[in-house]
Write a protein that binds this ligand. Structure first.
Ligand code: NAD
Length: 472
């Protein structure tokens, strides 16, 4: 058939976010023979991609964008025009969690996926391969196939593939250039196999063929949810052990190191912390729990729900200890938060642990100064104005300040420093100088285990760290 010989010359990606932007920049960089158009409804986001200040901070990304932009990489709001020209269309739009529901899980909201699919259906005049890049529920490809039938022209065919993205923010460029694997799910028939081969041929420009795994569509969709659920579960497992350490006198860093030597366990992702954040883990576990409930797998749903329960508990436990150490009241006390982003090397604050921690502090009457090199004030205030936190916006603006880099200003008169993000720069501060300008007793609460606790204690600080019982 005619379609078998068609080489891929043009890719369109719907959604210029944390996934669409970096993924397509790498495709453009590695495939100079392919025109890559990244489209978005947000003019502001597209303008930012076309400016020297690209909208997301990701080490190494800006350099790659600047190399390709205007050549074979384009960011535009001309969604329809770009869809029409494309051989392959990535759907890389946001899939947030619905805020309501009856069981333990929460369904993902597929509004944006549907809207993208309907636009494709309306404007496509030739057959296309549609790639589900967004994280979606199992069987979403089936729904997308049906959505694509909404308005399509005669003789136009769509092959829907699942190709979940496994990049981690903060290391996205390395993850995209050297992926552990590329997963492609599709139909097990002639056209399905052809479509998988076409998408695979794009990745083969820089990824070894043996790392490109193909499965049926549902397995691919479920693998993404399972991978994130297991990563998050690992964090909750370590954090649950950190609670035992604090209570017993064992040291979580020693325990993590010891268990990490076991090759079946491995030594990555074993750091205790204030709990995981980010736009994916909680959302994807909610998605998985919702799926279990729909499949009448109540015990399995409860099992995964515990990962979220422990994550919330870890933040509450951390704050409870802070309140206790500060003589059971935070009222009008200045607290300096080191970090607001959900992890280092990103400016992303979605579902950051710092948000819930700030909520607890504000409920206790604290005044907060946040120090974060990449987070913007408006963004931070927006996170804290989330109706679910139930914090009056005027109060938030009055009580929460942001200092990007001014350490002295951030720490002056503060009762406690609280490490929420593991930014490397926090390790380099002059803590002797900081001690001098703080209220006494001066406290440090290390929620990421990045500081030298012995040294801080010798300066005079009272130090508490997740998973440790320190000799203050
Ligand atoms: P994002 O919110 O940063 O970007 C999504 C973009 O899609 C937005 O800019 C939005 O304006 C645009 N959009 C929505 N509907 C549109 C439409 N109909 N037409 C054109 N543009 C539209 O989201 P993200 O972080 O890039 O995540 C996208 C998907 O990838 C999600 O499903 C997420 O779960 C998944 N994912 C995210 C990560 C991550 O680290 N952020 C990693 C792997 C997978």
């Amino acid at each position: 058939p005619e379609y078998l010989s068609k080489p891929i010359k043009n890719i369109c990606c719907i959604g210029a976010g944390y996934v669409g932007g970096p993924t397509c920049s790498i495709i453009a960089y590695k495939c100079p023979h392919i025109q890559v158009n990244v489209v978005d409804l947000s003019q502001e986001r597209i303008n930012a991609w076309n400016s020297p200040n690209i909208p997301i901070y990701e080490p190494g990304l800006n350099e790659i964008v600047q190399k390709c932009i205007g050549k074979n990489l384009h960011f535009t709001t001309k969604v329809e025009e770009c869809i029409e020209k494309a051989d392959i269309i990535f759907i890389s739009v946001n899939t947030p969690t619905k805020t309501y529901g009856v069981g333990l899980g929460r369904a993902p909201d597929l509004t944006y996926v549907e809207s993208a699919a309907r636009t494709i259906s309306k404007v496509a005049k030739t057959s296309k391969i549609i790639v589900e890049k967004s994280t979606v529920p199992v069987k979403a490809a089936e729904s997308i196939t049906n959505m694509l039938k909404s308005n399509h022209q005669p003789n136009v065919e769509f092959q829907v593939l699942s190709n979940p993205e496994f990049l981690a923010e903060g290391t996205a460029i390395n993850d995209l250039l050297k992926p552990d694997r590329i997963l492609i799910g599709g139909d097990n028939n002639e056209k399905g196999k052809w479509a998988i081969g076409q998408l695979s041929s794009v990745y083969e420009n820089w990824v070894e063929k043996s790392l490109i795994i193909t499965t049926n569509t549902w397995s691919s969709e479920l693998s993404k949810l399972a991978a994130n659920a297991m990563l998050a579960q690992r964090i909750s497992s370590v954090n649950s052990i950190s609670a035992i350490c604090e209570a017993s006198g064992a040291d979580i860093e020693h325990v993590s190191r010891a268990i990490g030597f076991d090759t079946r366990i491995g030594n990555k992702f074993l750091q205790a912390s204030v709990g995981f954040g980010g736009s994916c883990f909680q959302k994807d576990i909610n998605n998985l729990i919702y799926l279990c409930e729909n499949l009448n797998l109540k015990e399995v749903a409860e099992y995964w729900h515990q990962v979220l329960v422990i994550n919330d508990y870890q933040k509450k436990r951390f704050v409870d200890k802070i309140v206790k150490c500060l003589f059971n009241t935070l009222n009008n006390k200045k607290i300096t938060l080191l970090g607001f982003a959900f992890k280092k090397n990103t400016g992303d604050t979605r579902e950051s642990a710092a948000i819930q921690i700030c909520k607890y502090f504000l409920d206790e009457g604290a005044l907060i100064t946040v120090l974060d090199p990449k987070v913007e004030y408006e963004q931070m205030i927006l996170e804290l104005s989330n109706p679910q936190l139930n914090l009056p916006i005027e109060m938030v603006k009055r009580k929460v300040q942001l200092c990007s880099t001014d350490v002295i200003e951030a720490c002056k008169g503060s009762h406690a420093l609280v490490v929420c993000t593991e930014w490397d720069i926090f390790k380099t501060y002059d803590y002797k100088g900081i001690y001098e300008i703080m209220q006494k007793p001066a406290h440090i609460f290390d929620g990421r285990l990045i500081l030298d606790h012995e040294q801080l204690i010798s300066i005079g600080f009272h130090v508490e760290a997740v998973g440790k019982k320190l000799n203050n």
